[in-house]
Design a protein around this ligand. Structure first.
Ligand code: AKB
Length: 318
């Protein structure tokens, strides 16, 4: 990758990935785009353009004029929000992504798909979920992810396009907050721990989900996109995960740093049912073997850093 166009740059991943990519490839080589203006480093630290990903002509022209050799397509509506706004989720997540894929094909660019653990469903094996297995998701977000994974395979086979993707687990970060996801509790809990010393969790005890700290996710995107294409057997999306925990596990990790931290439960039926339809823990062998996936953070290392970063930000703000 030399010149990159990123969509959805103001979101949870984009707001950290854009500065990270600019640090590696040079500020001028990474064009950040979003549906709206985003004040701060994403729009001020390098080129920025407004883009509605459903506008195929504008999309293709932007890739062409910037001479982007890869499109990192992050724009999307997350799982819980998608269940409340099904046609919006379909429009952005499927129509917008097909437009992105087509625009990238027209311009001869590579394409990165952020798939998700949501591409699996209740009939998928829950523990040690294989790279290739049953994919019958029960959310519109998951249906969209499976559709896009299949299209990435198709575009690679049919057009020889360089499609690559990751099935992200819940991502934990201290920069931009996530919005409308089911795994968001694992971010909120750290903020509430610092601000109030307690948290009311919307998922039930015993709900295990795959998770990853954002620095590992950023590194995984670059490692995959820079991988030798001849080593890549999978062109849809790779299982990746760094840890699997339930609310009790993350609370126990926080208590190691803040012994007085308390947590109770106020379970949200929608997000609980979504979480129960997803795997507990993914098998990441294909990612390790095909492009050297190697996350660095476990739960306790992530907890230490999240609490320290959020506390530092809070004391700067007061
Ligand atoms: C969500 O919870 O919707 C996302 C995801 C797992 O894709 N974080």
């Amino acid at each position: 990758m030399k010149r990159l166009l990123v969509t959805g740059s103001g979101g949870q991943i984009g707001s950290e990935l854009v500065p990270y990519l600019r640090g590696i490839y040079g500020a001028e080589k990474v064009l950040a785009t979003d549906l709206r203006e985003i004040p701060g480093p994403v729009s001020e630290g390098g080129p920025f353009a407004l883009l509605d990903v459903r506008d195929g002509r504008a999309f293709s022209e932007l890739i062409g004029s910037f001479r982007a050799d890869a499109v990192i397509h992050l724009a999307g509506v997350l799982s819980a929000k998608g269940e409340k706004q099904v046609s919006l989720a379909w429009d952005i997540n499927v129509n917008g992504s097909v437009t992105a894929l087509e625009a990238a094909r027209e311009q001869g660019s590579a394409f990165f798909l952020p798939s998700s653990i949501a591409a699996f469903g209740p009939s998928t094996p829950r523990v040690g979920t294989p790279q290739e297995t049953i994919q019958r998701p029960t959310t519109i977000y998951g249906v969209a992810k499976v559709t896009l994974e299949l299209l990435c395979d198709y575009y690679h086979r049919k057009f020889g396009m360089d499609t690559r993707g990751l099935r992200f687990p819940g991502l934990v970060s201290h920069e931009a907050p996530p919005g409308g996801g089911t795994t968001d509790y694992a971010v909120h809990i750290y903020h509430e721990a610092v601000e109030r010393g307690s948290y009311s969790c919307f998922l039930a005890a015993g709900t295990f989900l795959d998770m990853m700290y954002m620095p590992d996710a950023l590194e995984a995107v670059v490692r995959l996109m820079e991988a030798d294409p001849s080593r890549l057997v999978h062109r849809n999306a790779f299982n990746i995960s760094a840890m699997s925990f339930d609310p009790e596990g993350i609370a126990a990790s926080i208590r190691k740093e803040m012994p007085s931290f308390t947590m109770d439960y106020d379970v949200d039926p929608l997000r609980q049912s979504i979480a129960e339809s997803w795997p507990d823990s993914l098998d990441c062998t294909a990612a390790r073997e095909e492009w050297g996936f190697a996350p660095r953070y476990d739960l306790d290392a992530m907890t230490k850093e999240m609490l320290a970063r959020i506390s530092a930000k809070r004391s700067r703000a007061v």
